[in-house]
Design a protein around this ligand. Structure first.
Ligand SMILES: NC(=O)c1ccc[n+]([C@@H]2O[C@H](COP(=O)([O-])OP(=O)(O)OC[C@H]3O[C@@H](n4cnc5c(N)ncnc54)[C@H](O)[C@@H]3O)[C@@H](O)[C@H]2O)c1
Length: 278
């Protein structure tokens, strides 16, 4: 950083796995990376006391404006995006860690409008998505025709609604749990589909209803998640990628995704009133 560019002040909303990782990184590596903490909020503030200086703990999220953050990072729950996203964007840039919230078309429109009206950027971190900006470019050129994403994990790594996978056994091997639109998949697997949601946001001409998602339980995947993306463009264009994301048994989030979030945060310097995949 030069003297002309003061550090970006980051407000972190949520102190679970990702929130703790980001707060720790901002405290340790922030000064060198041009980042400092503006505030940290968590539903139960007492969880913060051993990790965050008292003056940086925000107890009432509605008072976020007092802290003058340059970017707010939501790493909490889609409901916080629903309840506060428009307010956040009316004042500053926002990186949404739970982009499955945008499967709600009214909220999606409200957030895009707030970003445009206030000139603040709605950042969508790539997470475990490979090639998101390429998908966005194809989309913006009008050449994107189809997009499908398959996520395969060990059954212990899924958190599904309605006990969908409560009956798995270590011997069973591979089972397709769902195949359909990302819009339908979001309510079934809200914690497992953020990568697909980021892809659906990049592919805005297809949207959540037009992008296909598949989740697969596979007991052979004991140390990594698999993310396969298939993109079809006009005139016979196609791309297939397969990403191996190292992950411990039972981990919803692959370990590379934490670093990916940090890299995304470093990009959030303000890109005007629009949605920006980072
Ligand atoms: N974009 C991606 O690729 C990606 C990757 C991993 C996780 N995520 C998402 O990021 C968010 C945080 O992930 P994490 O791994 O840190 O999860 P986590 O479960 O470790 O932490 C979530 C935090 O939010 C709090 N919380 C949960 N529900 C809440 C609610 N209704 N109101 C207020 N606070 C609430 C919890 O107390 C906890 O502190 C989740 O929504 C997760 O789905 C996104």
């Amino acid at each position: 950083m030069t003297d002309r560019c003061p550090p970006s002040r980051v407000g972190v909303v949520g102190f679970g796995h990702l929130g703790q990782f980001l707060v720790d990184h901002i405290q340790k590596e922030g000064p060198g990376a041009g980042l400092s903490l503006a505030f940290v909020w968590n539903r139960s503030a007492e969880k913060l006391t051993d990790y965050v200086p008292e003056e940086l703990i925000l107890t009432n999220l509605a008072e976020f404006t007092d802290r003058k953050a340059d970017v707010i990072v939501e790493v909490c729950h889609p409901c916080i995006v629903k309840d506060f996203g428009v307010q956040f964007l009316s004042h500053t840039n926002l990186m949404v860690g739970s982009p499955s919230a945008l499967a709600n078309p009214q909220l999606d429109q409200a957030l895009r409008l707030a970003a445009k009206q206030h000139g603040n950027t709605l950042y969508i971190p790539s997470g475990a998505l490979w090639g998101g900006q390429d998908i966005q470019r194809l989309n913006d050129s009008g050449s994107l025709r189809a997009l499908s994403i398959r996520m395969s994990k060990h059954p212990s790594c899924f958190r599904l609604a309605d006990g969908l996978l409560s009956d798995w056994s270590e011997e069973e091997g591979r089972r397709v749990l769902f195949h359909g639109s990302v819009a339908e998949l979001c309510p079934i697997a809200p914690n497992n589909v953020n990568t697909m949601a980021a892809a659906a946001i990049a592919a805005s001409t297809l949207g959540f209803h037009g992008v296909t998602g598949e989740i697969v339980s596979d007991t052979a995947l004991a140390d990594h998640h698999l993310v396969e993306v298939e993109v079809t463009g006009s005139g016979g264009f196609s791309v297939k990628t397969e990403r191996r994301n190292p992950a411990k048994l039972g981990a919803v989030t692959g370990s590379a995704t934490y670093r990916s979030f940090w890299s995304s945060l470093l990009v959030c310097k303000g890109h005007g009133g629009r949605v920006y995949l980072c």
